[in-house]
Structures are given as C-alpha cells and as structure tokens.
Design a protein around this ligand. Structure first.
Ligand code: AOF
Ligand code: ZN
Length: 347
C-alpha cells in the first residue's frame, strides 16, 4: 500500500478534481504490474496497472492480489468502471486503503466486488498523513477543498515581525513548500501578507505547475505591480467591491464577496463550484486564525526553525493529532490533523 501511495502521488498536480490513485498487482510477493492515475479524464490506476503486466506474466493476473489506494469506481464517468475490469480479469483478492466518497461510489465498488465472490480488505493505512485520496474525499464529502494551514515559526513561537518581511526557514523547507504548491490546486494569503512579503506564490523549486493564487483584499490595497498580480499564473482577487478600472484578463479574476461573518464559507463554496479540491492557507496569522476559529481546516503544516525572533507576531497554535514530524536540516516540519474539521454542506 505504501507503494500504491508513492505511485498515486506521481499524479499530483495532474488529476484534480479526480483523486490521486496508485495500484499494484502482486503475485506471491512479486509485483507483476503497477500503475497510477496520470491525468484527469484519462485511464484510472487499475487500468494502467493491469495494462503494465508483461506478456509472460499475464496468466498470473487472476492468481494475484490487487492493492489500490482507493476503492475502485463502479460507474461510467469519463472512463469505464474499474469494478468491471477487475471482474473481467478474474482477480480474486483486492486490498483497498480508503473508500471513494464520491456519491456514486461510496462503498458500492466494494459491494459489487464482494457480491461477485472477491475477497476485499478495506482500511489499510487509512490513518496516514498526506493520503493521496485526502483532497478528493474531503472535496466530495465536505463540499469544500481540503485545507492546509501552512506557516513557519521561530523557536520562540513567532511567525514574523509587524510590517516587515522576515525569512527564517531553510532551503529544505522551501523546497518542500514548493512541492506542496505543485500538488495543491490553490494557495491563499491575506492583505497584510501580500503587502509585507510581496510573495509571488509561484512554484519555483519543484517540477510541476503553480497553484491558483487567491488574495483576500477587501479594500483593494494590493498595488497592481505586486508580484502576485503578475501574469505568471491564474489569480483571484477577493474584494468587497469591484472597481470600474478593474481589467479582468485570462489570468486575473475579481471576485466580489461581502466581508462579513460568512466570508470564508462563501469563498469556499465558490472554490467548490470551480472544482478546486485543495487549498493552502499560507498566511498571515490573522487569516490562518479565521480559518481555525471556524474549524475550516484539515491539516496544519508547521515549519519550525531554530532561530529566535525575540518578539513579533505570535504564531497560531492549531490543535489536533500530530501525524508526522520530519527533520529538514535544522528545521522541523510538523503535520497536525484537525479532529473536527467542518463541512460546508449547505443542503
Ligand atoms: C478509480 N481509480 O485511478 C481513480 C478513480 O470520470 P472518471 O471516469 O475519471 O471517474 C471518476 C470517478 O473515479 C470518481 O468516483 C473518482 O473519485 C474516481 N477516481 N477511481 O477506481 C482511479 N482516479
Ligand atoms: Zn476507476
């Protein structure tokens, strides 16, 4: 299953709003085929996995166990149901990590396989951090993107200085942060961060795409020459009112929303409509706290450094279960999973 997860992640940045999925076919301890969902609308992991089996091993398919990181689909979407392929291939055992929360599937894939006499195991590695199905399953079950709060903090618990950019995480942390940008659909910052740091929010240190940028700019304080308003990647300016001089282009979109108590819910509903399945909330502290107050977050990725700032803006303290702790040179990445993330189901 770990191998399935690794394969699945090769689809990061290419499959949204579909899930990343990986599959391996194992005969007596030997992998005879593996595959992953490579591109939205194209072949599923199971299809690529079975197609990858060499001619001399094809007679072993029906005696093999299929491991797959997500419940096989059972309806005709852009591609045919994988359950049909599994039945047709005469596979007798299927091991799955997570159910597919897509309403047309959600357990029906397993049911179809079991009622055909296939042995099915579900739930392997379900509690892992960064599960490849997290984005999709959160998106369909909670009707909002999977939300990661991401920030760096000093050894004495500060996230930055008032009105001044401070850079304190190391290059390993930066590379990993950009890997996240390649995998997530969108990245959001508040006005103060846009003004103080002038970030470009592009992905420069990892192969792959850059995410959709979103800036919360109620009163339109971010100047038009700010890095994040340049035409390198699609960008949404979320504001209270559109201005006459606004000039939307292919990459720049102005979204007028009321900056009231429901702002985040309304913004997330808009992202859901646009099939954005994953969002990084990059800062600043106030914006991150707004998401925390509403329990509108799934995971926090905190890069802790050894540097002491001696004062400044206190870092938020998201409460949840620690899923992972990773040493990155002198920095440490801690991943925390929210135990009570809120859904956005208006129905
Ligand atoms: C799988 N294996 O590798 C993936 C699945 O429109 P389609 O044909 O791409 O199908 C969409 C459905 O398939 C939806 O339920 C989505 O969660 C699932 N994705 N399923 O069996 C895969 N990527
Ligand atoms: Zn499928």
């Amino acid at each position: 299953m770990h191998r399935c997860f690794d394969l699945a992640r090769l689809g990061a940045g290419h499959v949204s709003p579909n899930p990343m999925v990986g599959a391996v076919l194992v005969y007596e301890g030997r992998i005879i085929g593996e595959g992953w969902h490579r591109q939205y609308g194209k072949a599923h992991a199971e299809v690529n996995c079975i197609a990858a089996v060499r001619d001399e091993d094809r007679h072993l398919i029906e005696k093999s166990t299929l491991y797959v990181s997500l419940e096989p689909c059972c309806f005709q979407g852009k591609t045919p149901p994988c359950t049909n392929l599994i039945l047709r291939s005469n596979i007798k055992k299927v091991v799955i990590s997570c159910l597919d929360e897509t309403p047309e599937v959600r357990g029906k894939g397993v049911e179809i396989l079991r009622s055909a006499g296939i042995e099915v195991e579900v739930g392997i590695l379900e509690g892992s951090p960064f599960k490849p199905s997290d984005f999709r399953n959160t998106f369909v079950a909670k009707q909002r993107p999977f939300i990661q709060l991401k920030f760096a903090q000093s050894a004495d618990g500060y996230m930055g200085m008032n009105g001044k950019q401070v850079w304190f995480s190391n290059h390993f942390s930066q590379v990993l942060a950009h890997k996240g940008r390649a995998a997530f659909d969108a990245i959001l910052v508040g006005t103060n961060t846009a003004l103080t740091d002038n970030p470009s929010l592009s992905n420069r240190y990892w192969p792959g795409k850059s995410p959709l940028r979103i800036v919360l700019d109620k009163q339109r304080k971010v100047p038009s020459d700010a890095n994040l308003l340049q035409s390198t990647q699609p960008t949404w300016v979320v504001c209270e009112k559109r201005l006459a001089k606004d000039n939307p282009t292919d990459f720049l979109h102005f979204l007028a929303l009321a900056f009231d108590k429901e702002l985040l819910e309304n913004l997330l509903a808009e992202l859901f409509q646009h099939r954005i399945t994953s969002l990084i909330v990059e800062g600043g502290a106030t914006t991150i706290r707004h998401f925390m107050e509403k329990e509108l977050w799934d995971e926090a990725a905190i890069f802790s450094t050894k540097l002491r700032l001696g004062g400044g803006i206190s870092a938020p303290t998201p409460v949840g279960v620690e899923l992972e702790r990773l040493a990155l040179g002198g920095d440490t990445l801690t991943v925390i999973r929210n135990q009570q993330p809120k859904a956005l189901n208006f129905v």
